[in-house]
Write a protein that binds this ligand. Structure first.
Ligand code: BGC
Length: 726
């Protein structure tokens, strides 16, 4: 039973025992101390399943796991409740694998389309990422498993990932990249944090007391454990002082015996080590891990209820990008369907690297469609082209003659031309989107773009399904119907069939902008890295903030996604026209399903400082997402959506300049030479400037239905510590 006297237990431990606790004993377990009944506690990856003991790519020797949709798919649900259920399902699998600490979720941001691990992350937007991560964490931790929010921080490229330094200014760090971690700590009480491989402005995160100590523990009040990414520990003394608790994997090199030696030499106080031991043992106790029977084998269970969760999450994630009325398909009007593309037979249900699991099973679109249409309609499948799954496969594909390729594409086009409707599934796979390597291009690999072009020529009644974890070039955006299905987990096929035939809504909205071209993207020119550093030169203007500020067109905007029904957003109301200091404000809007079918709408609330009246508005993104709600409505039904705003929604991080007054006093003259005295604060913090702000309510960052203006009182003082996040 939880509730042990942890301080008492630590008091009984020798220095070596306490130090042993701070490093793993192997790849996945902490060190047991049998003398005192302290168990080995097992950790497992996350985020889209519970991997269990194996390392590297999912191998046949791995024990199977539920495979839920990957991060960007979860991001596309725009629904913390859906993500909560998915997080809980993964945590149940973690328990089956005898693990108590789940290495998920990943809350780094989708900064550039070519980051190899985009599929693991939720979104380009930190607010959406943080809120969905909170759902995941709450779900996972409700099953007696500690979630681990990772990777702190600015781990948004794979290039030289263990040495590279992310060069980020403090304001951008606070407002964007730290925000999902802050929400995870302050709102969801996440129990563990993993530091990243990369350095931040030159120094490793595990060593940075200014980040893991001052910000994470002191400001946010984080009481859980902080661990390294695998083999990412870089120092003993610095990391020990900074507040790192656990080096993984073991045996320890920086911690463990090395930490004991540092304490003996007086370089680290024993108190520090005691703190770490208390935090680790306190967590184990809270989780109930002391009572776990030792040595039990992994016993994965394929639960029917979790299958339903995996399928529902996948349909809630699918984003209908375009539709000229072709979808949903009406089986009674069809005689023959052509299904095309290598991924239709072997879909990508997850990305590559540590997130990969051996799924309990995978339902392909081919199997699911066969099942769904039974004998009613003829289904013809053609691969059309190849999608490499390894370096050797890519080489074989390159070596294939131009003619064995053209034939396959022509055959697919012929089959498409003879069908009433064709469905072509294209995308990437865990070879093309993986941890450890960034993508080289946004284009679809192999001959898939050509395949789609030829199929569309042969049959304009074609649905293009995009099976990727991150945005890809979509030269066929004008297709009759275009569906982004992501890496949708083991139930991908069933979920896709349900959406295609209208059994389920395509419930997703884009958690990322889909650019017209790579050259338009915010981090273009600053990605991946040069001379061991990756410069976050776009600063605050990531994702839609960038396209808005630069007036750049996108192919599909952040937040976009069509329903099979139609909706009206009524005139929004606010509980007050002025937000006082320390106050809250409620925004209400009626949403009506005006179409003939049940459907889903996602109301999005963006805050925009008015350029005319708010000081320093030009230093801010044109608008930022600060609220959202997903509603499911029957035809004709109306629901009232309520969103709450607090001062933090209007705040920005001012790095301040305590040196300014001193510098100014040294100047010979202070008038008329452009020197201003007004904009320099002494103290860094979250500040709210008084002024008029727009509340923009809409269906995407580019589709704003209503704009309201409110006054915000603001204050010359920073927000108090612990001010609500909203
Ligand atoms: C990844 C982490 C993962 C760890 C353990 C690392 O390579 O960056 O996300 O949790 O391995 O597999």
């Amino acid at each position: 039973m939880p509730g042990r006297d942890i301080a008492g237990l630590v008091a009984q431990m020798t220095l070596d025992e306490k130090a042993a606790l701070t490093a793993g004993i192997d790849t996945w377990q902490t060190a047991p101390i049998e003398r005192l009944g302290i168990p080995a506690v097992k950790l497992t990856d996350g985020p889209n399943g519970a991997r269990g003991f194996t390392h590297g790519a999912a191998s046949q020797s791995a024990s199977p796991s539920l495979c839920i949709p990957s991060g960007t798919a979860l991001g596309a649900t725009w629904d913390p409740e859906v993500v909560r259920a998915a997080g809980a399902a993964v945590a149940r699998q973690a328990r089956d694998k005898r693990a108590r600490i789940l290495l998920a979720p990943t809350v780094n941001l989708v900064r550039h389309p070519l980051w190899g691990r985009n599929f693991e992350a939720f979104s380009e937007d930190p607010w959406l990422s943080g809120k969905l991560a909170s759902g995941y964490i709450t779900g996972a931790q409700s099953e007696g498993v500690a979630a681990t929010v990772k990777h702190l921080v600015c781990n948004e490229s794979e290039h030289e990932r263990r040495t590279c330094s992310s060069e980020v200014d403090e304001r951008t760090l606070r407002e964007l990249y730290l925000l999902p971690f802050e929400i995870a700590v302050r709102e969801a009480n996440v129990l563990a944090i993993m530091t990243s491989y990369n350095r931040l402005n030159g120094r490793y995160l595990a060593d940075r007391s200014d980040v893991i100590g001052t910000i994470v523990r002191d400001e946010w009040g984080f009481g859980g454990i902080i661990m390294t990414d695998w083999w990412a520990a870089a120092s003993t003394v610095e990391a020990a002082q900074a507040g790192l608790d656990l080096e993984m994997p073991g045996p320890g090199r920086a911690f463990g015996p090395a930490l004991a030696a540092a304490v003996r030499q007086g370089a680290v106080k024993e108190d520090r080590l005691d703190q770490k031991a208390r935090r680790l043992l306190g967590l184990f106790d809270q989780l109930g891990a002391f009572d776990d029977p030792a040595g039990l084998p992994e016993q994965p269970e394929d639960r029917p209820g979790d299958r339903v969760i995996a399928r529902h999450t996948a349909t809630e994630a699918m984003v209908l990008l375009a539709n000229n009325g072709l979808l949903p398909l009406d089986l009674s009007q069809l005689k023959r369907i052509a299904l095309i593309g290598p991924l239709a037979e072997k879909p990508s249900v997850m990305g590559g690297g540590s997130a990969s699991v051996l799924p309990h099973y995978v339902v392909s679109p081919l199997e699911a469609l066969k099942d769904r249409i039974a004998e009613k309609v003829q289904l013809v499948y053609e691969k059309g082209c190849w999608l490499a799954e390894s370096d050797a496969g890519a080489a074989a594909d390159a070596a294939r003659s131009r003619e064995e390729k053209a034939d396959a594409i022509e055959q697919a086009a012929r089959v498409a031309g003879q069908a009433d409707v064709s469905i072509v599934v294209v995308g990437t796979n865990p070879y093309w989107e993986t941890e450890g390597r960034d993508r080289e291009t946004m284009d679809l690999p192999g001959d898939q773009a050509e395949l789609v072009e030829k199929v569309l020529e042969a049959n304009p009644r074609t649905v293009v399904v995009v099976n990727t974890g991150a945005p890809v070039t979509l030269p066929f955006a004008g297709a009759a119907a275009l569906l982004q299905c992501w890496f949708a987990g083991q139930e991908l096929g069933n979920a896709l069939a349900a959406v295609l035939f209208g059994d389920a809504e395509p419930g997703g909205r884009l958690p990322v902008s889909i650019p017209e071209r790579l050259e338009h993207t915010p981090a273009f020119g600053n990605f991946p890295a040069e001379s061991s550093s990756v410069r976050y030169g776009e600063g605050l203007l990531t994702g839609y903030r960038w396209y808005d500020a630069r007036h750049l067109p996108v192919l599909f905007p952040f937040g976009h996604g069509l329903s099979y029904s139609t909706f009206e957003l009524g005139l929004p109301r606010t509980s007050a026209r002025r937000l006082p200091v320390g106050g809250r404000l409620e925004v209400e809007v009626d949403v009506t399903n005006t179409g003939p079918r049940p459907g889903t709408e996602v109301v999005q609330l963006y805050v925009s400082p008015s350029r005319n009246t708010t000081p320093r508005a030009h230093l801010r993104a044109p608008k930022q997402l600060k609220g959202f709600a997903k509603v499911r409505l029957q035809p004709g039904e109306t629901a009232t959506v309520r969103l709450e705003l607090v001062e933090r929604a209007f705040a920005y991080w001012d790095v301040a300049d305590p040196e300014f007054a001193r510098l100014l006093s040294r100047l010979a003259r202070t008038d008329g030479d452009g020197q201003s005295t007004g904009l320099h604060r002494q103290k860094a913090g979250w500040y709210v400037d008084p002024g008029t702000y727009q509340l923009q309510l809409g269906r995407s960052s580019a589709d704003i239905a209503h704009i309201l203006e409110i006054e915000v009182a603001g204050s010359p003082d920073p927000l108090p510590p612990g001010a609500a996040l909203g």
